[in-house]
Design a protein around this ligand. Structure first.
Ligand SMILES: C[S@@+](CC[C@H](N)C(=O)[O-])C[C@H]1O[C@@H](n2cnc3c(N)ncnc32)[C@H](O)[C@@H]1O
Length: 385
């Protein structure tokens, strides 16, 4: 059995896990952790680096002593170096200070020199786990207490935060083009399951880049702006060089998505993964309901033509797409006008397996939004009908 620490947007993480491991059994899930059985460790280690929604993967071992200190002692006995370790709990809160102190005392009693990494007795961050090399040392421990069952686990993989900064460093940017967070791009690509992904609003190329890093051998992009098309090509070249990736085909052209049926990539791709044009950049103090209404009108004409021509072209791939929504004075304003267009041309696919409490929005989407931002992203998985 394995536990996965989920990202802040835990429903998207859940959706990604379900897409990547469709045959796994979802034992239980909370807002920060999900327990799966029926998955192989080797598959987790292959997939985890390509997933944006997983912070850490933990192999759960049977709790045979019911006492974390004694369990850790049994492991520490076989270590030759000074035993450095960390402990984190999930779901139900445990008294971490007591566990850390009890463990230290027990190890000292058995003449095992040790050091715990937890600063101020708080759970460990990915940076601490990586900095201390605890995954390789097999000494980052987790207690997962679901309220019904207690599990004890060892971390087998942790998200490479440096990898995300490395992608950003050297990328050509443009503050006017709102770039998709790389983790969200990874999740959207995984949800689509596409091997030959096409982004018709590619901007600066976040989605094509994440496809390349995922190991996809073909990736396509287009954008109405010739300047952005050039920037995408540059960013792809940077990533290919920096990560020595040997992708077979990458093509990017300038094209207005309102005329999507003329795109040469519809036939070549098995999924469209894209972030819709988010419209004007708003600030908290400048946004009003009137401005949102005006912005929606501008965007709607693009959306109408895009879906109409996609349907006329009989596109058979999966479409994973993000539409904007806005927050004004603490209230979310959804792009409900676009739902009608979607319903007219598409079938909305499930993003989550059935669960009593963890559900989609009423429109069948999942949301991504940062607290400090006015605009959020509403993610749909669609099939053209
Ligand atoms: C929010 S950006 C996409 C950013 C991209 N996901 C990234 O992370 O780099 C939206 C893009 O849509 C493009 N765009 C706007 N209208 C378009 C249209 N009618 N057809 C194609 N692209 C369009 C803009 O030029 C812009 O690059």
């Amino acid at each position: 059995m394995f536990a996965f620490q989920l990202w802040r947007e835990f429903k998207l993480s859940f959706s990604e896990l379900w897409s990547v491991f469709p045959d796994a059994i979802f034992e239980c899930i909370s807002e920060d952790i999900c327990i799966l059985s029926g998955v192989e460790k080797k598959d987790i280690l292959t997939w985890a680096p390509r997933m944006g929604g997983i912070i850490k993967a933990i192999q759960l071992i049977e709790w045979y002593r019911w006492n974390p200190s004694e369990t850790i002692f049994e492991i520490a006995e076989f270590h030759e170096w000074k035993f450095a370790y960390g402990i984190t709990y999930f779901w139900w809160t445990w008294d971490l200070k007591k566990i850390l102190m009890d463990t230290k005392k027990l190890l000292r009693k058995h003449s095992i020199s040790s050091r715990f990494i937890n600063k101020n007795f708080t759970p460990l961050s990915s940076a601490q786990i990586i900095g201390e090399n605890l995954v390789k040392k097999e000494s980052d421990f987790s207690i997962v207490d679901t309220g019904n069952t207690e599990y004890f686990g060892k971390t087998i993989w942790v998200q490479d935060i440096d990898g995300y900064s490395k992608r950003d460093y050297g990328k050509t940017r443009d503050m006017q083009v709102g770039m998709l967070p790389p983790k969200l791009a990874q999740i959207m690509v995984n949800i689509s399951g596409g091997k030959k992904v096409y982004d018709p609003f590619c901007g600066l190329g976040t989605i094509p880049i994440e496809c390349i890093l995922r190991g996809n051998k073909e990736v396509y992009g287009s954008d109405i702006s010739a300047e952005n098309t050039q920037k995408t090509k540059k960013n792809i070249a940077f990533v290919q060089k920096e990560f020595s990736n040997n992708i077979k085909t990458t093509e990017c052209i300038t094209l207005d998505a309102r005329g999507i049926s003329s795109s040469p990539f519809l036939k070549k791709s098995d999924a469209i993964v894209t972030e819709w044009y988010l419209g004007q950049v708003f600030q908290k103090y400048s946004i009003t309901e009137k401005k949102i209404a005006e912005e929606k009108q501008k965007l709607l004409s693009i959306y109408r033509d895009f879906f109409l021509w996609l349907q006329k072209a009989k596109y058979r791939g999966t479409v994973v797409i993000s539409f904007p929504f806005w927050e004004v004075h603490g209230k979310y304003h959804y792009f409900s006008e676009v739902y009608k267009i979607v319903e007219k041309h598409c079938k909305i696919e499930h993003l989550l397996p059935y669960h009593e409490t963890i559900k989609h929005t009423r429109s069948g989407s999942l949301l991504y939004k940062r607290k400090d931002q006015v605009v959020g992203r509403e993610i749909f998985k669609l099939k053209i009908q």
